[in-house]
Each structure stands twice: as structure tokens, then as C-alpha cells.
Write a protein that binds this ligand. Structure first.
Ligand code: ZN
Length: 348
């Protein structure tokens, strides 16, 4: 049981870390403590006490750990790899926190270690035999996974050929789709987080279905040059995505400004765009939203243009070289067409 003195010390630490710590730590700390509190409230019935959260060095091939004591004898510390949270290892992150995919990857890591915290502090079981990912961890991870719609994990395999279920030490990354984290993180980081030996399972390099659908449409219409140009643009974009780190432009992303920095004004969306070619635009937009493949937005622009959209503000926004996210005003309004027709942006 946690004594009052330890509880106070932990609360004091959290307060310091989220309000007074060095600038480079503070917003990350505040963000991750928020995420931790959400998990505690929604997944653990609020049974946990705030941990000491630290960004530091971790063992090779490890992204974080949870220990019963801190370096000075306090209780419970969760350490996350500083190279991961600060984005200094370029082999891991394409766009560091707070890019959405990287954030999701770090939050999932924190969730994994929060399950460890639950085992250590509430169940009072260190589970040394499985590096901390034994039967109790598996039970809790699978209980949470059931609510989140994730496949179950196991603590060990029955033999080298037993590939039926992924191992708990890579939970929940190992039971999420690679696309869940999008292009913000590398294959290497995903493999590491999911506990896979190599980064062989790559899906981000495969072309999006919407792109192929559009290509097929152009080729069937005999428009070989247009198809070739679309492939060229796509290749150029993918190359840029891997080699360039763009700065976020929130006002542009949220529709307060056009890509040239001027006020956006009122934009009208035509429901016919969604219906074009048996729903190609709708399918691309939905897959970008669900799989967070914002790098496919230029393909959405191509599809919209084919569907009859000629509004430069929409097309240029989707082709703008900057990080897009779930806040993307074009994506939001396009998907909102399902619910109601002719929505407009809120800023005029
Ligand atoms: Zn956008």
C-alpha cells in the first residue's frame, strides 16, 4: 500500500513536471500525464496513483521500462526513451512528437507500462519470469484489448513455429495495424515497439487503394499521359515525405487561412464529388481518416479534380507540403458531407 508521504511526493513530482519543469520537458510531460490519467480513469477504474514519469536512457532495443522504485527510493517510475520522446533518433521518427502518429506510438508505450504499473502496485506481482510480461500482464492487456477491439496476446509461444498470437511484450503495438501510426514513425520503430525482430513487415510503402483506383480509371479512359503524370507526382511526394521534415501550419490546417496565408473565406462542397466513379473520393477520404495516411491527401486532390472540383483552395490545400492531421479542414468538411449537405467553413 502507498503511504501518505509517498502519495504526496508523487503528486508533488507530477505538479513540478507538468508546470515548472524545463520548457523542453513540460508540454510533453503535461501531455503524457493527461494520457496516463485518461487510461487510469477509463481502463483501471482510477485505482492507480500517478507514477514518476521520466525521459531517459533505456536498454538497447528497449523503448521504456517500469520500475517499482525510483533512483532515489521513491515509489514507481515509468521511464520512456528520451531518443523517442524528443525525436533525436531519426531512424525512429520521421516527424517527432506532437505529430499524431508519433504521439499515438508513445501513448501506446505509456499504456503498456501503465499495465506493468497496475501489476506491480495493485496486483503486487513483479512477474520477473517473463521480463514483466507474464500471465498477469497478459490478463490485464487482453481485458483492455477486448474493450479496444484489439486481438489477444500471449506471454510466450509454445515453440519456434508457434506464430498464432503476438507476444505481450509488444502490446498494444503488436496488435494494432501498422497504418494506425501512419507515416510519422519509421518501420524500424514500429518493429521495435511491436517486439518484432526485423522491420520486414512494411506496409507504408505499398500504394493506397484509392491511388490504384484512380490510376485504373485514367487507364480505362485511355488517358495514359495523365496516368503517367499522376505516378510522377506520387513518386515525388513519397520521396519528399521521407526526406523532408515540414513544420506544422495550424491556421492553414484548421481552415483559418488559405495556403498563401490569406483568410480562407467560404468554401462550398458538392455532394456529387463523393458519389463520382462509384465513390472513389469517399473511399480515399475515409481511408485517410481511419488509417491516418495523410500522405495520401494529394491523391485525394487528384480524385476530387477528376470528380469536378475546381476550387483551388481545396486542391492546393491537399497538395500543400506540410503535416496534415485529423484537424485538416478539407478532410473534415468532405467527410461531413455524409451527414449534411453543403457545409461551409466557420471562418469567413
Ligand atoms: Zn490539411
Amino acid at each position: 500500500m502507498t503511504t501518505a508521504a509517498h502519495m504526496n511526493e508523487r503528486r508533488g513530482y507530477t505538479d513540478f513536471a507538468t508546470r515548472l519543469a524545463d520548457e523542453s520537458y513540460r508540454s510533453l510531460m503535461a501531455d503524457l500525464y493527461d494520457s496516463w490519467r485518461n487510461s487510469n480513469r477509463e481502463l483501471f477504474d482510477g485505482k492507480l496513483v500517478e507514477p514518476h514519469l521520466a525521459f531517459g536512457r533505456t536498454a538497447p532495443r528497449s523503448l521504456g521500462h517500469c520500475a517499482a522504485t525510483t533512483g532515489y527510493g521513491g515509489r514507481l517510475e515509468i521511464t520512456l526513451s528520451e531518443a523517442l520522446v524528443f525525436g533525436t533518433n531519426r531512424d525512429w521518427t520521421v516527424r517527432p512528437w506532437p505529430a499524431e502518429g508519433t504521439r499515438s506510438c508513445i501513448e501506446d508505450l505509456l499504456l503498456r507500462l501503465t499495465v506493468r504499473q497496475y501489476c506491480l502496485e495493485v496486483l503486487e506481482a513483479p512477474e520477473r519470469g517473463y521480463r514483466g510480461f507474464g500471465p498477469l500482464f497478459v490478463r490485464e492487456a487482453n481485458r483492455i484489448g477486448l474493450g479496444l477491439g484489439l486481438a489477444p496476446v500471449v506471454e510466450r509461444r509454445r515453440g519456434p513455429d508457434d506464430q498464432r498470437e503476438p507476444l505481450a511484450s509488444g502490446w498494444p503495438h503488436c496488435v494494432r495495424s501498422r497504418r494506425y501510426y501512419g507515416a510519422d514513425i519509421t518501420e524500424e520503430l514500429f518493429a521495435l515497439a511491436a517486439g518484432r525482430p526485423t522491420a520486414a513487415r512494411s506496409s507504408s510503402a505499398s500504394p493506397a487503394p484509392g491511388f490504384l483506383e484512380l490510376l485504373q480509371y485514367l487507364l480505362l479512359a485511355g488517358r495514359v499521359d495523365d496516368a503517367r503524370q499522376m505516378i510522377d507526382r506520387r513518386l515525388e511526394w513519397l520521396r519528399l515525405l521521407r526526406t523532408t521534415s515540414w513544420r506544422p501550419r495550424l491556421a492553414v490546417e484548421e481552415g483559418k487561412q488559405d495556403t498563401d496565408g490569406r483568410p480562407l473565406g467560404e468554401v462550398t462542397f458538392d455532394p456529387a464529388w463523393l458519389a463520382w466513379n462509384d465513390g472513389t473520393v469517399r473511399r480515399i477520404a475515409e481511408s485517410v481518416r481511419e488509417e491516418r495516411t495523410y500522405g495520401d491527401l494529394p491523391v485525394l486532390a487528384d480524385a476530387l479534380e477528376e470528380a469536378g472540383c475546381s476550387d483551388g483552395r481545396i486542391l492546393l490545400h491537399l497538395r500543400e507540403r506540410m503535416p496534415h492531421s485529423s484537424r485538416c479542414w478539407v478532410l473534415r468538411l468532405l467527410l461531413a458531407l455524409d451527414a449534411q449537405s453543403r457545409p461551409t467553413t466557420e471562418d469567413t
